[in-house]
Design a protein around this ligand. Structure first.
Ligand code: SF4
Ligand code: SF4
Length: 287
């Protein structure tokens, strides 16, 4: 199986459009994974039928039993995350602040603290017209997005490990979810756009990918909107020895396809033709 992550650094560069387009035209067996667990939207293009949904439990959270608590106050001083507060005479844990470190449990002389599982979101396993899809929804305000990304990749591998391709729609940014996304993948395709912020974030993602020893290549979306910056990106790729995969023109049909909830490669339009050519050339190298 080839594990290919489509990432961008900056949000809104067309990463999900490219992922959905490849999912539609790839002729190999494939499983799709949407690692943007804070705002998964590949499902809008792939129209999955959900087969299973499971709860995702992240870090534990401390809980104080008021019937056992003697109100000694030791735990308040011990909690480095300021997660224990008094409400009148009662001591309570603010779950949104609790990091699950268990220190309060260790120091409590009365044994009033227990650790409880915390529901952090849901994981979905689905079928689509082009293969299975694994995606997730992190609960609002919940942490552990990197852990959730690892979980959904693991699920895709355990259920569809015999596929030729794991096609991953990555999260924006260069933080923990991105690192979890590209760790262990065979290649990261960086979708950028010709803007100052797009170029800047591209450089940052290249650095992160290199640190993780993940091979990268670049495609410029809407390249004709700013030929000067597109030229700078091409020069950057040559200078940094980053494979340049191709360019996609600005095409209003892309927004029309997104509005209709369809992969753009269902339409015979310039953007679709550019992605098809890119993928045809690349898949000859991959297999
Ligand atoms: S588990 Fe850690 S972070 Fe949570 S309340 Fe206890 S000491 Fe504070
Ligand atoms: S250390 Fe234990 S007994 Fe003391 S206030 Fe905290 S929970 Fe209550």
């Amino acid at each position: 199986m080839i594990r290919l992550a489509v990432v961008s650094g900056k949000g809104g560069t067309g990463k999900t459009v490219v992922t959905g387009a490849i999912a539609r035209i790839c002729t190999r067996s494939r499983v799709m994974v949407d690692c943007d667990v804070d705002a998964a939207n590949l499902e809008l293009l792939l129209k999955p039928r959900i087969l299973e949904r499971t709860d995702f439990r992240g870090m534990e959270v401390a809980s104080i039993d008021p019937a056992v608590c003697t109100a000694c106050g030791i735990c308040i001083g011990a909690c480095r995350f300021d997660a224990i507060r008094t409400h009148g005479a009662a001591y309570r844990v603010e779950t949104g602040r609790c990091e699950g470190c268990r220190v309060c449990r260790m120091v409590c002389p009365a044994g009033a603290v227990s650790m409880q599982p915390r529901m952090c979101g849901q994981i979905f396993y689905s079928e689509t017209a082009w293969g299975n899809l694994v995606h997730a929804r992190l609960a609002p305000g919940a942490a552990n997005s990197g852990l959730l990304v690892m979980e959904i990749k693991k699920l895709a591998l355990s259920r569809n490990g015999d596929c030729d391709l794991m096609l991953i729609d990555g999260p924006p940014g260069i933080g923990c979810p991105l690192i979890s996304t590209i760790t262990g993948t065979d290649h990261a395709l960086l979708v950028t756009e010709p803007s100052v912020s797009g170029f800047h974030d591209l450089e940052r993602v290249v650095r992160v990918s290199r640190t993780l020893r993940t091979p990268v290549s670049v495609v410029i979306n809407k390249h004709d909107l700013n030929p000067r910056i597109s030229g700078d990106i091409r020069k950057f790729c040559r200078r940094e020895d980053v494979a340049f995969r191709g360019e996609i023109p600005y095409d209003e049909a892309v927004m029309e396809a997104v509005r209709n909830g369809r992969p753009v490669t269902e339409y015979h339009v310039p953007a679709s033709e550019a992605i098809t050519t890119l993928w045809d050339d690349w898949s000859r190298e991959l297999w």
